[in-house]
Ligand binder design. Structure first.
Ligand SMILES: C[S@@+](CC[C@H](N)C(=O)[O-])C[C@H]1O[C@@H](n2cnc3c(N)ncnc32)[C@H](O)[C@@H]1O
Length: 263
C-alpha cells in the first residue's frame, strides 16, 4: 500500500487542515482556468427544495464557503470526514446554519440507513480509500433511488506526473508521485460500475502558472508522499527557479474531472 491510501499516514496528514489549506491555496492562486473548479463542480449539482445532501471526506468544508446560504429551501447538508480535527473545523465554521450537520464518518462504514440522501458528494477523496469496493457499496446503499453520486478526482497525466519527473531529475533518490492513484479519471468508471450503471465523466480544463517557487515547494512538502524524506528536498527551490520559462513562470499541467452516477 502506498502513502496515498495508508490509514496511519492519512490520520497524520489530515489531523487538521494545515496541509490541505496549503494545497488548496496553490490552486486558488495559480490556476489558469479562472472560472474555478468548485464553481464548475457546483454547476453539476441537482439541488431542489428539500434536497438532502451528504458530503463524505469534506475536509475543511471549503466547498461550502459562501454557498450554504444559497441552497434552495429546506435543503439539508450533512458534512462528514473521517478526521475528527476536520469535523471540529467545519462544526465551528458552519455552526450558525441549522441546515448544516457535521459528523465523523468513514466512507467504508456509513452509519446512516439505506436510501437516506438525494445527493452524495465525494470531492478529491476516493483515491485515499483502502477498500473502494466497500466504499462504493456504502454510498450506493445510503443513496435514494434515482439519487446522484458526484465523485471528483485527478487523472494520471497531470501534476503528479510532472512533479515525479522533475523531482527525479533534481535528486534521483526522490521517487515520489509515481504510484497510480487508486481512484482516478482513467479507472474510476470501472470502479463505480461495480454498483452504478449510469455513469458520466467530465474533464475540467486547467493548468498551473506558478511565479513564486516557494508556493510550489510548500505544496510538495505538504504531501504525504514527502513524509520522512523532507531533507532530500534541500536545494529544490533553486532547481525550480531554473525550470521557469522566459516569463518567470513554472508551467504545470493538471488533469481533473468528475464522475456523475445515478442510482
Ligand atoms: C484531499 S482531502 C479533500 C478534502 C475536501 N473534499 C476538498 O476537496 O477540499 C481528503 C479528505 O478525505 C478524508 N478521508 C480520508 N479517508 C477517509 C475515509 N475513509 N472516509 C471519509 N473521509 C476520509 C481526509 O480526512 C481528508 O479530509
Amino acid at each position: 500500500m502506498s502513502n496515498i491510501n495508508n490509514t496511519s499516514v492519512l490520520v497524520e496528514q489530515y489531523k487538521d487542515d494545515k496541509n490541505l489549506s496549503i494545497r488548496l491555496a496553490l490552486h486558488q492562486k495559480y490556476s489558469t482556468n479562472k472560472y474555478g473548479y468548485i464553481n464548475w463542480i457546483f454547476d453539476f449539482f441537482d439541488f431542489f427544495d428539500g434536497t438532502d445532501v451528504l458530503e463524505l471526506g469534506c475536509g475543511n468544508g471549503n466547498m461550502w464557503n459562501d454557498r450554504v446560504q444559497k441552497l434552495p429551501k429546506e435543503c439539508t447538508v450533512t458534512l462528514t470526514d473521517i478526521s475528527k480535527g476536520m469535523v471540529d473545523i467545519i462544526n465551528e465554521k458552519f455552526r450558525e446554519y441549522p441546515n448544516v450537520k457535521t459528523e465523523v464518518v468513514d466512507i467504508q462504514n456509513i452509519h446512516y440507513p439505506d436510501n437516506t440522501f438525494d445527493v452524495i458528494i465525494a470531492n478529491s477523496m476516493l483515491y485515499h480509500i483502502p477498500n473502494l469496493e466497500i466504499a462504493i457499496s456504502e454510498v450506493h446503499r445510503v443513496l435514494k433511488p434515482n439519487g446522484k453520486f458526484y465523485a471528483t478526482t485527478v487523472g494520471m497525466n497531470g501534476m503528479n506526473q510532472y512533479l515525479h519527473e522533475k523531482l527525479k531529475e533534481f535528486n534521483p533518490k526522490i521517487n515520489v508521485f509515481n504510484t497510480p492513484f487508486p481512484f482516478n479519471l482513467q479507472n474510476g468508471k470501472e470502479i463505480l460500475n461495480t454498483r452504478f450503471e449510469n455513469i458520466e465523466m467530465y474533464h475540467y480544463e486547467d493548468s498551473l502558472e506558478i511565479t513564486e517557487t516557494v508556493d510550489l515547494v510548500n505544496w510538495i512538502k505538504s504531501t504525504s508522499s514527502m513524509s520522512g524524506i523532507e531533507e532530500d528536498l534541500n536545494g529544490v527551490d533553486l532547481y525550480f527557479e531554473k525550470c521557469k520559462d522566459s516569463n518567470g513562470i513554472i508551467r504545470i499541467p493538471k488533469e481533473a474531472g468528475i464522475f456523475v452516477s445515478t442510482k
